[in-house]
Design a binder for this molecule. Structure first.
Ligand SMILES: [Zn+2]
Ligand SMILES: [Zn+2]
Length: 442
């Protein structure tokens, strides 16, 4: 007799699903929670698993992934109280075979059970790095997605180990956002593409923390006399921008000095918070991060891109400081709310939002005041700003691919629970996003 495993916290719904199976002569086993469900799956190897999407402790997607990692044969069907197209995709990506709204009908179940299961093709690192291709217009490409320090190795091969660097090609401009270790590969690619032709690009720096400038001494175009590089940024925390950029190439640290670089490099310290690069309008905003650190919003013909690689939510920090200084928490909350609404305004309706999501909510509690994002607050900020697509960015060096997958799933669940619309991805080295005019008009 075939066996079905039902993982569902709602007893009524569990009973209803069990009845569907027993009427057809199936055996059923049941679990109220995800962890118990996973254990039963491994112990009994059922032919079909029906699992609720929103279980109290771990999500149906996590259950699905955990089971799929070890068992290829059972059909896994996820059920939910409501249905969104985006979740169907997520369920299939997690190794699920079907996604249905409750109450479940036997005909639908039977169709999935009859279908021959094709084991999911594992993506090779190269394939997993490419995104869906849209006709070229404005292109964003991730060259480094990590925070703090590069972490190459087998555990980070999926999302990549290089520190912050994003390339934007738009309206005939090459704009590079930050110069972490990812900029080295960008330099090699530009060299291949341009060969003897001169390269003219603008490097926009958010701040001078090392993970955002450390790749610059290894940026090949700076070593070629034919090229012109304009470096724009705000004053560093202690000294001017030029002093700081030159300092990391001084003799005890590096053999070639900044002044000896053959390319034409113009450093321009920005004073205004609005300026233009060619036809691209740029707005900047000071962020909640130690020292001087800004976020940029680029307005291209095809839509806008907001880049905030390092940013901490206001409220927890303000509350912590209020506790230390004996200020009333009400006041701290009010101050934080003002700051946050300014940030929401800055990000309003952006098409692409690349945002610091370094910590899980739990880990953030131990790192309040370190200047980085906490997952659920990152999602709520993106929702409030009505961003269209959110990229979790500045991944923690301690987070391997699996952990980032988990955080992405959690973020998507939070969006689902909000009942609102927002596409969420975790930024991946090598991934490209194309903005078409249609995206902007949406
Ligand atoms: Zn950083
Ligand atoms: Zn920083």
């Amino acid at each position: 007799m075939p066996t079905a495993l039902l993982i569902e916290d709602d007893a009524e719904s569990r009973k209803r699903i069990a009845r569907l199976f027993t009427r057809q002569g199936w055996d059923t086993i049941e679990a109220e929670g995800g962890a118990a469900g996973i254990e039963l799956a491994f112990a009994h190897r059922p032919s079909v698993i029906v699992c609720d999407l929103l279980l109290p402790k771990i999500s149906g997607l996590q259950v699905c992934r955990a089971i799929r990692e070890k068992l290829d044969s059972p059909k896994i069907i996820i059920v939910a109280g409501r249905i969104y197209d985006i979740d169907r995709k997520v369920v299939l990506e997690a190794g699920g075979d079907g996604y249905f709204v409750k109450p479940l009908k036997w005909e639908k179940l039977a169709a999935v059970i009859r279908r021959v299961r094709r084991p999911q093709r594992k993506l090779t690192p190269r394939q997993s790095r490419t995104f869906k291709f849209h006709p070229p217009s404005t292109r964003i490409k991730f060259w480094g997605v990590r925070g703090s320090i590069p972490v190459p190795g087998p555990a980070t091969i999926g999302y990549g180990g290089n520190t912050t660097c994003v390339e934007v090609r738009t309206n005939g401009n090459i704009i590079v956002l930050d110069a972490g270790s990812g900029i080295r590969e960008l330099g090699l690619a530009l060299d291949q593409e341009f060969k003897a032709a001169p390269i003219n690009l603008t490097l926009l720096l958010t701040h001078t923390h090392w993970d955002h400038i450390q790749g610059l001494p290894f940026f090949l175009p700076a070593y070629q006399a034919k090229n012109t590089i304009r470096v724009l940024g705000y004053e560093g925390a202690r000294a001017g921008l030029a002093t700081i950029l030159e300092a990391q190439m001084e003799v005890p640290f590096f053999p070639v000095s900044w002044k000896d670089l053959p390319g034409t490099i113009k450093i321009q310290e920005l004073k205004k918070m609005e300026f233009s690069i060619g036809k691209v309008r740029v707005h900047s905003k000071l962020l909640n991060h130690p020292g001087v650190c800004v976020g940029y919003r680029l307005f291209t013909r095809e839509g806008s891109i907001a880049f905030l690689p390092d940013n901490e939510p206001f409220e927890p920090l303000k509350l912590k400081l209020a506790e230390r200084d004996g200020t009333h928490p009400h006041r701290a909350r009010a101050q934080a709310a003002v700051q946050r609404s300014k940030l929401v305004e800055f990000l309003k309706d952006t098409d692409v939002l690349i945002l610091d999501a370094q910590y899980t909510d739990e880990k953030y509690q131990e790192h309040i005041g370190w200047g980085h994002g906490a997952l659920s607050r990152v999602v709520s900020l993106a929702l409030e700003a009505r961003a269209k697509k959110l990229f979790l960015f500045h991944h923690d060096p301690a987070h391997d691919d699996h952990k980032i997958d988990e955080m992405l799933e959690r973020a998507r669940l939070l969006v689902l629970e909000s009942g609102r619309k927002l596409e969420v991805e975790a930024a991946r080295e090598g991934a490209e996003i194309w903005l078409s005019g249609r995206a902007a008009a949406r």
